[in-house]
Design a protein around this ligand. Structure first.
Ligand code: DGJ
Length: 729
């Protein structure tokens, strides 16, 4: 495993646990993509790229060799202007008004380890032995622009990370119009493209479409990664399933507007590109400056989608998430949002917290409405001062009272926003994103603070820090409830206005880094109206995300199943809420709501003081059960068994690393008349181990459970679920 260079053939072989990725420098000039697939054991690769002369519509790039046309070459980093008519990875405007660049290979380095990307989130290593990094330097002689292609191979995982740094070593300004982080030209197009799409309260549903000639694009132009499209796409071989077959994943470690696309060209080559959204993006690069693109995480699996997901889960759990909570059990919380909305006072909050303590919960989270004069969503964002009308003794005292009950205390913020009806806005009306001469479009009666400005970032760090220091707070929910409009900054000159969106994200990363390093003992959960910014960029700073504002158990099956394609259970907040459910008004059994929420970072979001004795007893049991299973759920291997996108049933399971313990849940949405007798085939167990089912004491071997299956008892009614805990004996 490692990265090998064969100088005689000018071939790089990037070899990870089970994969090889091969790049050939064609004619000593152009880095061409040759192969990405199952591992090739030989370090030297024997097959030079096969290229032939095409018709006159594919221009000849090199006079001496008509076989070389950029129109047909699989290029690791295509730019525009000399014959590649497909989507480029780089697009520039030069000082003379032209757009043509001609990047050629100059040199490369191969080093142990993995460099950090300055100011950006990225996967990391804990020891130099974990990874090797290749940097290929390409140069455009005319402009003096360098493109440094950065590849890191993780030795024991099928992961390659990619990014690019553009350096201006020339004499003139260059305007970057598009800098994608990765480009891979697959040899053919016999793939389906998978994407995670949706909207608010319906995030990350799985969609697949066959590749055909043309461009297949997902993107966000909203200033954040978005509810609508997740910064992820995969190509699935036609015969790939959940458990078998070739799957290639592309995940962008970025929280702003993005683009991910596959373009099938005239010869069936599929060009996949992923990176910052080029639309409305531009970056002025002055001589001596450089621009670092975010990281793209490329994962390959021969074990279908399931294998792909487990690789992403492990990588993101252990080498993207950071801090004290990365490997720690996450607390079971009670959040007051759906219990009270804005209508609460300290007594009510303490009653809910106390009821939570009685039921075995560990953390009380005070949601929106504790600051300024926020009795509804019309006002006060930006004024991070406790509301003494609701909390007469202050936030600190409330925190102390809750802590004295034996509960931890958590708090909601929405630090990136400002309400026009706020002291902050009255004092600093130019601190929000805006464009002079245009009205400032409101969403939820709020505006977006301009995080491209240092003074605004400093204000956020100081105002949030001062609250965090004022009370015994151990958890923060960091919310963000609108997308960006009128994206402009009062401080940037005209030629840099289109940098605002990306500068905002860099500002956000800086703010989060400063706050989390000041408060390393606080667990941070990000949120954007639920899952509007559920992306790897946020997970680098905050190891968990509120998965969706939709807490209905049935809706959550699809949301959590789709989210699990990339993101581990330890990153997903999942709560039991009241019925009828507040988003879809469905009535589901408490048991089913519990079983769904137990597959993530478990919690409750309802008025615990209004429960019947029977409900409280059920919740006590759920909480005890979750505590026993918590480490397995949060840190075990995840296997999807039945898809909610394919039928009436959903099932998934978690298996411990040593395969001694497992936990499976099965859900049937609608009751069926006279149903067949069903068996649930488990996965990931040790075939020769014997497992005892904890609810009835029956013992089966792992192979029986996986190949014959677990006989499912029949349950009556809609929205039913079953839970199985297995332990090796
Ligand atoms: C949106 C979040 O997703 C909800 O959970 C809640 O915190 C509200 N914002 C509060 O305004």
């Amino acid at each position: 495993m490692g990265i090998y260079y064969d100088d005689s053939h000018k071939v790089f072989h990037l070899q990870s646990d089970n994969s090889s990725y091969i790049i050939e420098i064609i004619k000593g000039d152009i880095p061409a993509h040759v192969y990405w697939g199952p591992k090739l054991e030989g370090r030297e690769f024997q097959h030079p790229l096969n290229l032939v002369e095409r018709c006159s519509f594919s221009p000849n790039y090199l006079l001496e060799d008509k076989n070389i046309s950029l129109d047909t070459l699989p290029n690791e980093f295509p730019s525009y202007g000399n014959g590649d008519f497909r989507e480029p990875a780089l697009e520039v405007h030069l000082v003379d008004g032209t757009t043509v660049t001609d990047f050629r290979y100059k040199s490369h380095t191969i080093n142990k380890g993995k460099p950090e990307l300055k100011g950006l989130p990225s996967t990391y290593i804990e020891s130099e032995e974990e990874a090797v990094t290749l940097e290929i330097l390409l140069q455009d002689e005319k402009t003096g622009l360098n493109a440094v292609l950065i590849y890191t191979v993780f030795n024991d995982q099928d992961v390659i990370t990619r990014s690019v740094r553009i350096e201006n070593l020339g004499q003139d300004n260059v305007v970057l119009k598009r800098v994608l982080s990765a480009n891979v030209d697959f040899h053919h197009s016999d793939y389906d493209m998978l994407q995670l799409s949706g909207t608010w309260t319906r995030e990350r549903h799985i969609h697949k479409r066959p590749l055909v000639p043309g461009i297949h694009r997902i993107d966000s132009k909203r200033g954040s990664s978005s509810h609508q499209q997740n910064p992820f796409m995969a190509l699935l071989a036609k015969d790939a399933t959940e458990d078998y077959g070739e799957v290639y994943g592309f995940s962008l470690v970025y929280s702003g507007s993005f683009l991910a696309q596959a373009e099938v060209d005239q010869y069936g080559i599929s060009r996949v590109g992923i990176g910052i959204q080029p639309f409305n993006f531009q970056w002025l690069l002055e001589p001596g400056e450089s621009f670092q693109a975010p990281e793209a995480v490329l994962v390959r699996s021969s074990q279908g989608l399931g294998g792909l997901s487990r690789t992403y889960h492990r990588l993101y759990r252990t080498r993207l998430c950071r801090g004290e909570f990365r490997d720690r059990k996450r607390p079971i919380l009670i959040n007051n949002w759906e219990a009270t909305y804005f209508n609460f006072n300290a007594d009510k909050i303490k009653e809910i917290a106390y009821a939570g303590k009685e039921l075995g919960l560990e953390l009380f989270v005070l949601d929106d409405g504790w600051f300024g004069k926020r009795d509804n969503d019309d006002s006060s964002l930006g004024d991070w001062v406790e509301d003494r009308r609701k909390l007469p003794e202050g936030l600190g005292k409330l925190g102390e009272d809750i802590t004295a009950m034996g509960m931890e205390f958590g708090l909601w913020f929405e630090p990136e926003m400002v309400s026009p009806e706020s002291d902050l806005y009255r004092k600093h009306p130019d601190w929000c994103l805006h464009v002079p001469g245009h009205k400032r479009s409101l969403a939820r009666q709020q505006l977006v603070l301009d995080l491209s400005r240092k003074d605004v970032c400093d204000y956020i760090v100081e105002s949030v820090s001062s609250v965090l220091s004022s009370a015994p707070i151990t958890y923060v929910k960091w919310d963000m409830n609108r997308n960006m409009t009128e994206i402009g900054s009062a401080l940037l000159p005209p030629e840099r206005q289109r940098e605002t969106g990306h500068r905002y994200i860099l500002g956000l990363y800086d703010v989060m880094e400063r706050i989390i390093s000041r408060f390393p003992h606080i667990l941070f959960e990000s949120c954007s109206g639920g899952g509007g910014r559920f992306d790897p960029g946020m997970l680098y700073y905050m190891p968990q995300t509120w998965t969706s504002d939709d807490t209905d158990a049935v809706e959550r099956l699809k949301i959590q199943y789709g989210t699990s394609i990339v993101y581990p259970a330890s990153s997903m907040g999942a709560h039991v809420s009241a019925v009828p459910n507040h988003q879809v008004h469905r009535i589901t059994p408490l048991e089913t709501r519990g079983h769904v929420a137990m597959s993530g970072n478990f919690g409750y979001e309802l008025d615990l003081t209004k429960l019947s004795e029977e409900e409280r007893e059920d919740i006590r049991k759920q909480v005890t059960e979750y505590k026993e299973l918590r480490m397995l759920i949060q840190y075990g291997d995840f296997y999807r068994l039945l898809s909610p996108f394919e039928g009436n049933e959903t099932a998934w399971m978690f298996v411990s690393d040593d395969k001694k313990e497992a936990f499976a849940t099965y859900f049937r949405v609608l009751a069926e008349p006279n149903p067949p007798l069903r068996r649930l085939r488990l996965k990931g167990l040790d075939p020769v181990k014997s497992y005892k089912l904890q609810h009835n004491g029956e013992v089966y071997r792992g192979d029986e459970l996986m190949y014959f299956g677990l006989s499912l008892p029949q349950r009556e009614g809609d929205f039913r679920s079953l839970l199985f805990v297995l332990k090796e004996i």
